[in-house]
Design a protein around this ligand. Structure first.
Ligand code: ADP
Ligand code: ZN
Length: 826
């Protein structure tokens, strides 16, 4: 026994725990466990988790009993060194646990968790004082039929409610026993293939094979087709493999015919593992030819990279940033390295994938959260095991893929706030993590935007990043003409009878008459954002959150946009009992109805969270609109981001006020960016487009800079504001959120918490404040803001915050207080 020199593994559990945990490596597994491998370990009461080994050590931990690793899942690590380093960095910088990072980073299909199984207890005997209730008897009967089942399965089979509690009672009575089974969610995808059961080169055997099928025209046809397909594969030098699906499809025959030939011993079927990710197109094309300004920008980026690791490409909308990215990716792939292309919104991957596949064929890999677990595992494994160069297009979670030789990370639309994950932890900004990831690989980062984030532009201006500017649209098309419509003025002149002003309606009709397309941007989903009693002013609110409800007419219910709870629209006011409930205001559903009624000939599509819930719906809407199957696209901010439609000549922003008036320090920046982006959808290809911006604040600075397409003006203005009020990039903001089920203890706790923080951090501490929405999912919320010096070490800040937290939690009264941090809020 090697027990004299035991080996221990430090592991990361997929739980919100700050430290790693030590387990003994059983003698039989020594040598088979290394950093980056998955191991199954017991943790807590009868639970097993898939943990990741972060390191191996000979030093025995002291002061507690060490448990053993249950099993090792991998022969080789599924994570590489840079990934583990990135996880560590994220947990340090964003003040979260490494377990949270693990949970976000690895697709669920790679995490095995224990599941409770219920089984009949063979020793149970019914007696007078231990009888089964009716419900229990149903469960027992079901288990008798089906063997082991999970509580969920029992519920489904029997239709009984609250099965967990029922099972718990049955355990006490000794009717059933429960045990934990490890379940792996990842399923290998298999495909049925067909092969000859006789040797193709043995002409006599082949003769006999044909004789056996001669009596059936169809069976003969199948055999002939099979041989044709094998010959063809051989000629093309591809594997001699014919799938059942393809064989039946090309011959138009049924599975019964195939079975008949199989039963005659001529063909046989077998199943084969396939990788779900397969791009079968072969249209690998040429690189796009760059215009003169694009060429100049590309070479400036190349030479910039000689000195800087991070470059910012500030290029106006439709200047052809994508084309430049494609050239850079090509350069990296030719060097034999991997490229990562981050986009802020899954919706964007559709158009982009097509553009990239035309050039790079099956070197393009797509990865995002709308893929199934199984698909994500397949992609993970491809990146892990296939060393050939590839380009991954993905949303923020693709940062965590097990890259081994990354050459470049491109962050498109780097200013987008959707790069910041807010809930749950890790609350990371994928753009900033991208630069860290790249540096861990010794790779470069290119940030691209028409409206760079103030912080990013500041870093470029002060020399931290390199800067390349592209100020001309491709083929010199002018930036769109911005027409501002003062909605107060419209109302005064009584020209307003809905959300579409007279000038917008007129221009829309003109554009539709010319067979051009339109986009109407409105940043509110649902039918009507206000539900209200006309008599008494009662407003229905969510039971879990401090927000009023939005009426969704298609679904026929009121919805809480914070927790997703739904409610029936009351016909009678619950407060005054009058039948006087009304809905007011406009959401995209209602806009869609109004647009359809106003422009009767036109066909309308809507793109918002509600119409894009499943994986293909984005794609379908975008494809439909690109093909001209619709004339008007109504949508939320999803339509603002880099979509490229060549026939859109007019964009209408129905209510810019909702963007401008958001109460936080980034609201101007966000509004300017969003408006400039959505404006950029107009007039991309042919002639100059028009954007109509409806607002009641036409003299707001954001509107002025937008009208002049003056990014630099806006930046300078905004930077001054930030300097004046001591906001980023001059400080780093950390929001501390405190949550509690009850309001009163929370108020006390947060005041005390802020006081403790002040004693250590002085006037860097602001608050506590009641946030804009002060209760979500039954938890009351308070916010304390820290503004710390940019140069301050996050390790030190973290240590101080931990200290405050720990001393605070010593007070029993505050045990149920939840505290979390949001570093660099988006
Ligand atoms: P951006 O990302 O800067 O908004 P895109 O890269 O989407 O701009 O380019 C805008 C449009 O111009 C796209 O339809 C693109 O195909 C076209 N385009 C840009 N550069 C070129 C080029 N060099 N050759 C052909 N088409 C181009
Ligand atoms: Zn709610």
């Amino acid at each position: 026994m090697s027990s004299e020199n035991p080996i221990y593994a430090e592991v990361i559990l997929p739980l919100p725990l700050y430290s790693t945990f030590t387990y003994r490596v059983p003698a039989a597994m020594v040598g088979g466990v290394s950093a980056g491998c998955r191991v199954v370990v017991p943790f807590g009461k009868k639970k097993f988790y898939t943990a990741i080994v972060s390191s191996i050590t000979h030093i025995a931990p002291k002061g507690f009993e060490v448990k053993e690793i249950h099993s090792v899942l991998d022969d080789a690590p599924i994570l590489k060194h840079p990934q583990l380093k990135l996880w560590e960095w994220i947990s340090q910088y964003y003040l979260c646990s490494i377990g949270d990072v693990y949970k976000a980073a690895v697709p669920a299909g790679l995490k095995i968790e224990s599941e409770t199984y219920v089984e009949l207890n063979g020793d149970y005997e019914e007696s007078a004082d231990n009888r089964m209730s009716e419900r229990e008897a149903i469960v027992a009967q079901t288990l008798d039929h089906n063997g082991k089942m999970t509580p969920v399965e029992i519920g489904r089979k029997t239709g009984l409610q609250n099965v967990e509690a029922l099972v718990a009672r049955m355990v006490e009575k000794g009717i059933v026993i429960v045990h934990e089974k490890l379940v792996e969610r990842y399923r290998v995808k298999k495909e049925t293939c067909v092969r000859l059961a006789v040797d193709r080169n043995d002409s006599e055997a082949m003769h006999r094979a044909f004789d056996t099928v001669r009596n059936s025209k169809k069976q003969e046809k199948l055999l002939v087709a099979m041989i044709d397909m094998l010959n063809k594969n051989q000629r093309q030098g591809v594997p001699l493999e014919v799938t059942k699906a393809r064989l039946l499809e090309t011959t138009g025959l049924t599975p019964a015919i195939l079975s008949a030939v199989v039963s005659k011993g001529v063909l046989e079927t077998y199943s084969r593992e396939i990788n779900r990710f397969r791009y079968l197109g072969t249209d690998i094309g040429e690189l796009p030819v760059l215009s003169a300004p694009q060429k100049e920008a590309l070479s400036a980026i190349h030479s910039g990279f000689l000195e800087k690791d991070i470059m910012l490409l500030h290029g106006v909308t439709s200047s052809g940033k994508t084309e430049i990215y494609i050239h850079l990716i090509d350069f990296i792939l030719k060097k034999g390295e991997q490229a990562l292309y981050l986009v802020p919104e899954i919706a964007l991957t559709t158009q982009l994938t097509r553009r990239l596949q035309k050039v790079f064929g099956n070197k393009v890999v797509i990865y995002h959260s709308k893929f199934s677990d199984n698909e994500r595992v397949d992609i993970w494994k491809r990146i892990l095991n296939d060393p050939s160069p590839c380009v991954v297009i993905g949303a923020r979670s693709s940062l965590f893929l097990p890259f081994s030789h990354l050459g470049i990370v491109i962050v498109d639309e780097e200013h987008e706030s959707s790069y910041k994950q807010f809930d749950p932890a890790p609350r990371y900004n994928a753009r900033d993590c991208a630069t860290v990831l790249a540096s861990m690989h010794g790779a470069k980062t290119l940030l691209g935007s028409a409206t760079p984030a103030v912080e990013t532009y500041y870093k470029a201006k002060t020399g931290r990043y390199g800067l390349v500017t592209l100020s001309e649209r491709y083929e010199g098309v002018k930036l769109p003409d911005i027409m501002v419509v003062d909605m107060n003025e419209e109302r005064k002149r009584s020209r307003l009878s809905g959300p579409i002003s007279f000038p917008l309606a007129r221009l829309s009709k003109e554009a539709l008459g010319k067979k051009e397309q339109l986009i109407f941007f409105h940043n509110r989903r649902g039918f009507a954002p206000v539900v209200l009693c006309r008599q008494c002013g009662f407003v229905p609110k969510c039971q879990n959150c401090d927000v009023s409800l939005t009426y969704h007419r298609r679904a026929g219910e009121m919805v809480c946009h914070y927790c997703g709870a739904t409610y029936r629209l009351p016909t009678i006011c619950p407060a005054c009992k009058e039948p006087s409930i009304e809905v007011h205001g406009y959401g995209t559903e209602r806009i869609e109805d109004i647009v359809e009624a106003t422009f009767k000939e036109a066909k309308t599509l809507r793109m918002d969270l509600d119409t894009t819930r499943n994986k293909d719906s984005y794609e379908n809407i975008i494809t439909d609109f690109s093909k001209g199957n619709a004339d008007i696209l109504v949508g939320t901010q999803m339509v603002t981001k880099g979509l490229d439609f060549d026939n859109v000549s007019l964009v209408g922003v129905l209510n810019a006020d909702t963007l401008i008036n958001f109460p936080d320090f980034r609201s101007s920046e966000r509004a300017f960016n969003m408006l400039e982006q959505v404006a950029g959808r107009a007039g991309r290809r042919k002639q100059r487009g028009v954007v109509v911006v409806q607002t009641t604040q036409p003299s707001h600075p954001v509107i002025g800079y937008l009208q002049a397409h003056n990014y630099l003006g806006f930046y300078n203005h905004e930077l001054e504001e930030r300097r004046r009020f001591n906001y980023p990039p001059f400080t780093r903001v950390i929001n501390i959120y405190l949550k509690h089920r009850e309001e009163e203890p929370l108020i006390r706790a947060s005041a005390l918490y802020a006081e403790r923080l002040r004693s250590l951090l002085g006037n860097r501490v602001f608050g506590p404040d009641e946030p804009h929405v002060s209760r979500i999912q039954s938890l009351y919320i308070r916010k304390i803001m820290l503004k710390v010096e940019v140069e301050a070490s996050m390790v030190k800040v973290k240590a101080l915050l931990r200290q405050v937290y720990e001393s605070f939690m010593e007070n029993k009264e505050f045990r149920s207080l939840m505290v979390y941090y949001d570093v660099d809020p988006g």
